[in-house]
Design a protein around this ligand. Structure first.
Ligand code: ADP
Length: 398
């Protein structure tokens, strides 16, 4: 069975085509800068050279039509006809309270994703465009939505409600939803299998550190708390997002500094985090400068890892028993220093790292705890596209 996974953003489309029998990646690719003067498409068929096309790509439809052309191409293609694609799995950012599982897309589902757009104005509309275009170009395929929020729908009210007037929840659904669910779910499943325990009996703290960062408490395979909330802004310090901040700062920026709502939004989402603290959002730059003695970089790194540690402590309290910490995504998989700083001082909770194993972590999964550490510490390569493909298969089979 062949599955195409699509992540349609405001000006880009990422895709991966899988043969789920093994499963194997047949091709991956990226259409960038849609609607801008210098568009680009990069198509990477497995085992063959990458194909790059530069030029204006006016709309998502044009971009995806070119992708279909390349998927069918005599030299660079991986399928012979669009009807070989059994299903298209779409990453959809916000499923609100309605979607707690992958869902076959029909008119009603499409309308609900549209209705949820006020909760994710930058994401759900381009996700919908991807769905519309894929439905047109793969008319025989089942279209499936896999929601970033779905995994966290198991959170109990004490974790997802905010202590604000109840009417704001009842009437406007203002609550924590959490994001990165597909990644937290994927690494949770891999971790449980690695530990040789049923997921239903495994408690984990999963730590996704990419450009966006979030941490999730997983009890018995289900998310019971997570650091992102109503939006992806709160929680951990990120590349350009502030993470947790006193909401009164927003009043001050507005009333005392005269900033508009959109300026404040920009400051907290795009100019804060590591970028705001040290002028660079790439953790590699921060780490290099820290090693060279740059004080701003050291402060940024110390704050970044201290915030992770605080959440690890909080989620130990929420879970009671923790079988493993799991580090994943760009920073989580690659920065031994971040892992070491985040776990430093957690010995009383049963977390002790082995420095050599931590430094050597690589590949799909590594154990980096010391032999006498009661809690396992894992580094797991996340694979959101494969998880979307698997969930797509599971929903069409059921
Ligand atoms: P996204 O959230 O966009 O999917 P990724 O999961 O790819 O992002 O993570 C991107 C982050 O990973 C970047 O900030 C980058 O600094 C960090 N990163 C990638 N490789 C390394 C490395 N070798 N050491 C430290 N950080 C790294």
């Amino acid at each position: 069975m062949k599955i195409l996974v699509i992540n349609s953003g405001s000006s880009s489309i990422k895709y991966q085509c899988f043969d789920m029998a093994t499963p194997t990646v047949l091709a991956t690719g990226l259409v960038e800068r849609i609607g801008e003067p210098a568009g680009r498409l990069i198509h990477r068929p497995a085992g063959g050279p990458a194909v790059q096309r530069d030029g204006v790509i006016p709309t998502h439809r044009d971009g995806l039509a070119q992708v279909v052309e390349l998927l069918l191409d005599g030299n660079h293609g991986v399928i012979e006809s669009p009807d070989e694609i059994t299903a298209v799995g779409h990453r959809v950012v916000h499923g609100g309270e309605r979607f707690s599982a992958p869902t076959v897309i029909d008119d009603d589902v499409r309308q609900t994703i549209r209705d949820l757009s006020p909760l994710a104005p930058l994401h759900n509309p381009p996700n919908l465009v991807g769905i519309e275009v894929a439905t047109e170009l793969f008319p025989d395929a089942v279209q499936v939505a896999v929601f970033d929020t779905a995994f966290h729908q198991t959170m109990p009210p004490e974790a997802y409600r905010y202590a604000i007037p109840t009417a704001l929840y009842d009437e406007h659904k203002i609550r924590a939803y959490g994001f990165h669910g597909t990644s937290h779910q994927y690494v949770s499943d891999v971790a449980a299998r690695h530990l040789g325990k049923p997921a239903t009996d495994t408690n984990l703290i999963t730590i996704h550190l990419g450009n966006g960062c979030s941490i999730t408490a997983v009890r018995g395979g289900q998310s019971v708390d997570t650091s992102m909330g109503f939006s992806p802004l709160p929680g951990l310090i990120m590349g350009t997002r502030s993470g947790d901040i006193d909401p009164a700062v927003v009043f001050f920026l507005s009333e005392q500094l005269g900033m508009s709502v959109s300026q404040i939004d920009r400051v907290l989402n795009k100019q804060s985090g590591l970028l705001g603290l040290a002028g660079a959002n790439d953790l590699r730059d921060i780490q290099r400068r820290h090693e060279e003695g740059d004080e701003a970089a050291t402060l940024a790194l110390t704050m970044y890892t201290y915030r992770i540690k605080k959440y690890i402590g909080a989620y130990f309290a929420a879970l009671g028993r923790v079988d493993a910490l799991v580090f994943t995504a760009g920073v989580g998989q690659n920065s031994a220093l971040v892992r070491q700083m985040a776990c430093d001082g957690l010995e009383a909770l049963g977390v002790r790292l082995d420095d050599a194993k931590n430094a050597a972590a690589a590949g799909d999964i590594s154990e980096i705890q010391a032999v006498d550490s009661p809690v396992c510490v894992l580094v797991i390569a996340t694979n959101e596209e494969l998880e979307i493909a698997r969930q797509t298969v599971s929903v069409i089979r059921s």
